[in-house]
Design a protein around this ligand. Structure first.
Ligand code: HDE
Length: 696
């Protein structure tokens, strides 16, 4: 699948980058075999593409050790995929603090304006390595900061809360949401009995699941998502003062989502859509940026804020209650050189922190502090994974961790123990060690059920969405529960989880899947006094940049006047939007306009908007079905559609908001760009539930 790169060059933006400390370090690991004559793995010149055989038509010889080793290596090319977040894509970039935050923390990457190199990997939880990245899921957002005082990993998700609040349940959660163990399906989502049976047992999941079933669960791409630390962490400054915080990456491009039908079709048309989006936009110089922001909470030893439990990862502190403070920003500006060596081999771990950041007694993060290092050791089949170029800190690693599988370093000297008296590694003094908070801990030993009201925040989320977003969420619950094969599970989920959130929500979902509808007046009919719009950041009323969005330019006559083409494309390029000309065939059209896609090679789901050039269109011309379907599908997905000319959209009998028909190409393209700036698209083209009929 080729990248959807525009014809225009963004060379202005692709400025030569200065070599950063991490790049300089990686340089020594880069190997360029392009154009070199092959050698076997012992360095001798040999041929590995033709077997050594006993005669022209005879058996291959065991003596062909060269090809034997080639196949032996190939048989072992795969490292085990991550048990969760296996499907991912990544980029390098730069973090720059926006000030000196030594009042809060001694973390060196937050001091002054010294930049640090970073590597960020985006992922989805459920799908395996060959899956589709547009499937409905929680997306991972993990960043390794190669700071001058060591690696600091920020391992978060694109939604701010989690399904569970005790790490002891994590294997059960993952088993429940992955494919069912007996059948092995579905591999790309959790719409099945096991998942919903688990969820009925653990109501603390309710808010996060609602977020994932809203359009937040199907982001357009990873340039338009937030990163959320989810847990509360602890800053410690040089004076030993502790301040609690939750961290966020807030996208400068804002938030954008797909619609579900589009997301599922994309999975078939281009299962690497999001990976290609990040790669292509970085290659085009359209570097995505995020602000690094934190909510700060005083550390009084109680870990509560305005009644919200800061040790419970299922609970959110809405931004309206505690506004985040921006401490820095990151730009992703360099694609990796090798997928396996970098994106696949990177090991993130929340336990990787520098001095000035520490943890709280949240039983989810506490287990994460162990699990990631363990997973890394398993995936690399060695504890030496931290020495791989993508994982190595830019500063020296001096310790007595030795040997093990694939230890590539040759440690000199006679001592491998500390302290010693013969000049080995000098043990750091306890005073120089990572700061820990000055606290006294005591408690009764036991296995406790952390419990906070699981429904109030989900209700807050529900009421933070407008009627269109609510409709999409209801449809997602219907899709999920409609795939549950056990009707008792469906009924229980609706009556014990959805009904306590909101009676009408429960009735609408039940109606859609043909399950028993909870009686009117049962469950909750509470309408919160205060809503928190920040919980649902896909606000339809904000104007966002259209950077990297892609417009399809169609033609009804298999040609486009050059002047029209230039008007359209220069307006799009001036807004850093990308575009493709789609015609019945690829190649140069009669006017000289290049058609980079045909209806065979592309699809409407790969575009954010459509402009049809129908100048010269005659109602007598019967348009190919494929072109009509392209436009109808874009219409159904709520996308802005422009027509330079007239007659085509009306012949399809498409009417309503978001259609811009004019003989003036400039006017059409500006209207389309204006509509693309509004991330909500035009959901009113699709029907809404008759809520009054269902809920009374
Ligand atoms: Fe993870 N998680 N997780 N997780 N997680 C992994 O580590 C785990 C949790 C997250 O791009 C694994 O190296 C436990 C919360 C991301 O490489 C594994 C618990 C959050 C990534 C693991 C959690 C996350 C992972 C699998 C509950 C959001 C991908 C591969 C106690 C704050 C990182 C690996 C990448 C990956 C364990 C819960 C985010 C198995 C035990 C909460 C973004 O170690």
């Amino acid at each position: 699948m080729k990248p959807q790169i525009s014809l225009l060059s963004f060379a202005m933006a692709v400025l030569a980058q200065a070599t950063s400390p991490k790049q300089a370090q990686e340089a020594s690991a880069l190997v360029d075999t392009m154009g070199q004559t092959e050698t076997a793995d012992n360095g001798v010149l040999d041929n590995t593409t033709t077997s050594l055989r006993a005669g022209k038509r005879g058996y291959v010889l065991l003596e062909d050790t060269t090809v034997r080793k080639k196949l032996l290596h190939f048989d072992r090319e795969r490292a085990p995929e991550r048990v969760v977040h296996a499907l991912g894509h990544a980029a390098y970039g730069t973090f720059t603090p926006t000030g000196d935050w030594s009042n809060l923390t001694s973390a060196c990457w937050l001091q002054g304006n010294t930049p640090s190199d970073v590597f960020t990997r985006f992922s989805v939880v459920v799908a395996g390595v060959g899956g589709a990245d547009t499937g409905r899921d929680t997306h991972g957002f993990a960043t390794k900061i190669y700071s001058k005082c060591g690696n600091h990993d920020l391992v978060g998700n694109h939604v701010p809360s989690f399904f569970i609040n005790d790490g002891a349940l994590f294997p059960d959660l993952v088993h429940a949401v992955k494919a069912e163990p007996n059948t092995g399906f579905p591999t790309g989502g959790s719409a099945h009995t096991n998942a919903y049976d688990f969820f009925t047992q653990r109501p603390e999941h309710t808010e996060q699941l609602m977020a994932v079933l809203s359009d937040m669960g199907i982001p357009r791409d990873t340039r338009h998502i937030s990163g959320n630390g989810v847990h509360t962490y602890r800053f410690i400054n040089a004076q030993g003062k502790s301040t609690l915080f939750k961290w966020y990456w807030l996208p400068k491009l804002g938030h954008r989502a797909l619609v579900y039908d589009e997301a599922t079709k994309l999975a078939g048309k281009n299962n690497n859509f999001q990976r290609i989006d990040l790669f292509t936009t970085i290659e085009a110089g359209l570097y995505p940026e995020w602000e690094f922001s934190v909510q700060l909470f005083p550390d009084d030893g109680e870990y509560m804020y305005n009644g919200i439990d800061l040790l419970d990862a299922t609970q959110i502190v809405p931004f309206e209650m505690n506004a985040p403070v921006t401490l820095g920003e990151v730009v992703l500006n360099r694609n990796p050189s090798n997928y396996f060596a970098e994106t696949e081999s990177v090991s993130f771990a929340p336990s990787n922190v520098v001095d000035g950041v520490s943890f709280v007694p949240d039983p989810l993060i506490q287990w994460r502090l162990m699990s990631y290092d363990d997973t890394s050791t398993h995936r690399h089949n060695s504890p030496n994974g931290y020495l791989l170029p993508v994982n190595a800190p830019i500063g020296p690693v001096n310790n007595n961790y030795r040997d093990g599988y694939m230890q590539p370093k040759i440690f000199e000297g006679e001592s491998a123990s500390s302290p010693d008296g013969i000049g080995g590694v000098l043990a750091a003094s306890p005073q120089a060690a990572l700061a820990v908070v000055n606290e006294t801990i005591s408690g009764q030993v036991g296995r406790f059920q952390p419990f906070n009201d699981p429904f109030t925040q989900a209700r807050g989320f529900w009421f933070s969405m407008d009627q269109f977003a609510q409709q999409h969420t209801v449809d997602a619950y219907r899709f999920e529960l409609g795939h549950v094969s056990n009707p008792n599970v469906t009924a229980k989920y609706i009556s014990t989880i959805l009904n306590p959130v909101n009676n009408c929500l429960a009735r609408r979902v039940a109606f859609g899947v043909g399950a028993p509808m909870p009686a009117i007046g049962t469950g909750s009919s509470v309408v919160p006094n205060v809503t928190f719009p920040s919980l649902y950041p896909l606000s339809t009323n904000v104007s966002l940049p259209v950077t990297g969005l892609v417009v399809a330019i169609l033609t009804t006559s298999d040609d486009i006047p050059m002047a029209t083409y230039k008007t359209l494309t220069s307006a799009l390029s001036s807004q850093t939007a990308l575009f493709e000309v789609v015609a019945s065939h690829q190649g140069v059209l009669a006017s000289g306009v290049p058609a980079n896609e045909s209806y065979v090679t592309t699809s409407s789901v790969l575009f954010d908007a459509v402009i049809i050039v129908s100048q010269g269109f005659s109602m007598n011309i019967s348009m190919p079905m494929v072109e009509q379907e392209f436009v109808r599908e874009a219409f159904g997905h709520g996308k802005p559609i422009g027509e330079v000319g007239s007659g085509f959209l009306s012949s399809l009998q498409l009417t309503g908001p978001g259609l811009f028909i004019n003989s003036n190409a400039g006017s059409v393209v500006n209207s389309v760009i204006g509509a693309m700036e509004m991330p909500g698209r035009f959901p009113q083209r699709n029907p809404l539930d008759d809520v009054k009929a269902i809920c009374g």
